[in-house]
Design a protein around this ligand. Structure first.
Ligand code: ACO
Length: 422
């Protein structure tokens, strides 16, 4: 590299198609100079870690967890098996899977005080705000969680986080409806138990429809991890201070709360409702092309091809509607997709459906209000967050996250007494 300011030349290693930002520090205009830094707002071109958890090739529309294509996992696996894969790095044998499921199942209950904690929220509290608070509160029930260097203790909290997230999420949902909280039913599987905690009324035993249960499990698989996205980066950054995993995951929930991350599927539903009928689709598309609005659920920062998850969700949508009856909004979504995939505007910009294009339709069909959508995302993403957190705690190259800045403010000003400030 040649520094045009001085004409000096430096050798900088290129490994894994990257340069190390710290290697640039040797590039100085004089001995007192701090050295060259990189400036990368929003981390558009900066790798912050090495990771062997999730692989994405956005141009080809490829998503793999630990090397396994998402399509195969969605078709053949279950969410809990995928969670095992993310955490342990390999698929379990039958005995390992049975033990894993058993461990998660027996940790689904939460301390009774958490119920009282939930009751302190206003009657109309947003369920994601409640989940954020209750996840953080869990750290106070498990003080040993701060011993993050102890592998056994670490593991016990990995199990607890995955196990208790649906319980906390369901409590938040029931709170907003003024309904009594439902305790976990350990005879049901992971998605079935969650459905039971949401929807059980007076029946002695809640029996989920297996097709709904499976569709929810597939959604959980698809949302389990997506490498260094905003919420995962938040978990890693907060976790790098060596705080307990509940607090680090609460940071992930907070990041996912934002409309640019966990909230796009809600925007899709609103858009489909606004379009209203099939006849209005061409006009709507024209409006998008004129730059008057966005086709929500289309386009992605990383995928410049069909988001592989969108294809799988579209199929799951059909399965759910078999049980719940069709939603006319699905026809509008399909028509929008058909027109957009053939239109030069979308083709030339590589705009394809993303994961959110169809997921909102399923959530709605399941009877979920829109403010539960990000909560439904947070439940499965917990296994991804915690897998990334585990990887980080064992990565010798990681330290506390602490970016640099380019300072743009004033310097060495003299303090002026308030009466003299004009
Ligand atoms: N509808 C219409 N035009 C679009 C859309 C869209 N959904 N998305 C991008 N474009 C156009 C832009 O106007 C731009 O056109 P131009 O080159 O003529 O100016 C071009 O495509 C490139 O778009 P960018 O905004 O530069 O793409 P970026 O990577 O920054 O944005 C994003 C990605 C935010 C996802 C964007 O595509 C978008 O807003 N989509 C709709 C919202 C959405 O569905 N978000 C969910 C993402 S998935 C997730 O977070 C889980």
């Amino acid at each position: 590299m040649t520094d045009n300011r001085t004409g000096k030349t430096y050798e900088v290693d290129v490994t894994d198609d990257t340069v190390r930002a710290i290697d640039l520090r040797q590039i100085k205009v004089n001995e007192d100079d701090f050295g060259l830094m990189t400036y990368d707002p929003a981390f558009m071109n900066t790798a912050s870690c090495r990771s062997s958890i999730t692989y994405i090739d956005g141009d080809r529309g490829i998503l793999e967890y630990r090397g396994y294509p998402i399509e195969q996992l969605a078709e053949k696996s279950t969410y809990l098996e995928v969670a095992y894969l993310l955490i342990h790095g390999e698929l379990p044998n039958q005995k390992q899977l049975d033990e894993w499921i058993h461990e998660i199942t027996i940790h689904t209950f939460v301390h009774e005080n958490l119920k009282q904690f939930c009751e302190g929220f206003r009657y109309d509290a947003h369920p994601m705000g409640m989940l954020l608070a209750t996840t953080g509160a869990l750290s106070t029930f498990y003080p040993d969680a701060s011993k993050i260097d102890d592998p056994e203790i670490r593991y016990s909290h990995v199990i607890r986080l995955i196990a208790k997230m649906p319980t906390l999420a369901a409590f938040a949902y029931r709170h907003a409806r003024g309904m009594p909280y439902v305790y976990p039913d350990n005879e049901l599987n992971y998605p079935g138990n969650f459905l039971g905690m949401l929807f059980k009324m007076t029946e002695l035993k809640y029996e989920p429809d297996p097709r709904i249960e499976r569709a929810l499990d597939i959604l959980f698989i698809l949302h389990a991890d997506h490498e260094q996205n905003c919420s995962t980066s938040a978990v890693r950054a907060v976790g790098s201070s060596q705080v307990d995993p509940y607090s680090a995951v609460a940071a992930g929930v907070a990041a996912l709360y934002g409309p640019l991350h966990g909230g796009a599927n809600e925007a899709v539903l609103r858009m489909l409702r606004r379009i209203g009928t099939l006849e209005n689709v061409p006009d709507f598309v024209q409006g998008v092309k004129n730059g008057e609005e966005r086709l929500m659920g289309f386009g992605h920062r990383v995928y410049k091809n069909y988001d592989p998850r969108a294809k799988i969700i579209k199929k799951a949508c059909e399965d759910v509607f078999e049980v719940t009856g069709t939603n006319p909004l699905l026809d509008i979504a399909v028509e929008l997709e058909k027109i957009a995939l053939e239109d030069e505007y979308f083709v030339s910009r590589k705009l394809y459906p993303n994961v959110d294009f169809y997921s909102g339709l399923i959530y709605e069909a399941l009877g979920m209000p829109v403010d539960m959508f990000p909560v439904l995302f947070a439940i499965p993403r917990t296994s991804g967050w915690i897998a990334q957190w585990l990887e980080m705690t064992q990565d010798k190259e990681q330290k506390i996250a602490r970016p640099r800045q380019i300072y743009t403010g004033g310097r060495t000003l003299d303090y002026v007494p308030i009466g003299d400030r004009g």
